[in-house]
Design a protein. Structure first.
Length: 186
């Protein structure tokens, strides 16, 4: 064996520090492997998401949000303002939420008028969600023996034209039961 053969064998056997080029090559190989793993994980998660059903409107909005939408409608807010508040792009999308809010709300919104009838029942402004109509001065007249409210107990003051129809609508909304449940002024 010659001295050159010994030199070649020594160079091959001796572990030398890798060059900067070798280290960069290894780093790039590692980066490529990690990117491939990340791309596979991304694709797996994307496939799972795409396989799921789109959430329904009922799943997207809490009862609290739907109640607030119903109140906004009852207070006469425009569909456009409601659409903006919901973050929707079209009125059709907002109308779907408004319709759901009407279906799931109690059908009315009660606001105390701040006055009390002589028989002790507070007067309320009742806003009907279905029509958006607002009627003030709605109250009950009951006897101490009344156990359950009936349509005949419902009154409105002052009595406008068509008050029977108004009181029928208030009764059907369920607002009279809520007024009864809240009770008289103490």
């Amino acid at each position: 064996m010659s001295i050159l053969d010994d030199l070649k064998a020594a160079v091959r056997a001796k572990s030398t520090a890798p060059t900067r080029g070798q280290r960069l090559y290894e780093l790039n190989r590692w980066l490529g492997d990690e990117r491939a793993k990340l791309a596979q994980e991304y694709q797996r998660r994307r496939d799972e998401i795409e396989a799921e059903d789109e959430p329904t409107i009922e799943e997207q909005y809490s009862p609290e949000v739907l109640d607030l939408v119903a109140q906004a409608v009852a207070h006469g807010e425009s569909r456009t303002n409601i659409r903006r508040a919901l973050g929707k792009k079209t009125l059709d999308e907002a109308d779907e939420v408004i319709a759901l809010a009407r279906d799931t709300s109690g059908g009315y919104n009660l606001t105390p008028d701040g006055t009390v009838h002589a028989k002790g029942w507070p007067m309320y402004t009742v806003t009907l969600v279905s029509t958006g109509g607002s009627h003030s001065g709605v109250y009950l007249v009951t006897s101490p023996k009344t156990q359950a409210v009936e349509r005949r107990h419902l009154r409105i003051s002052p009595s406008p034209a068509g008050s029977d129809e108004i009181l029928d609508a208030v009764w059907e909304s369920g607002a009279a039961e809520e007024i009864f449940a809240r009770g008289k002024e103490q």
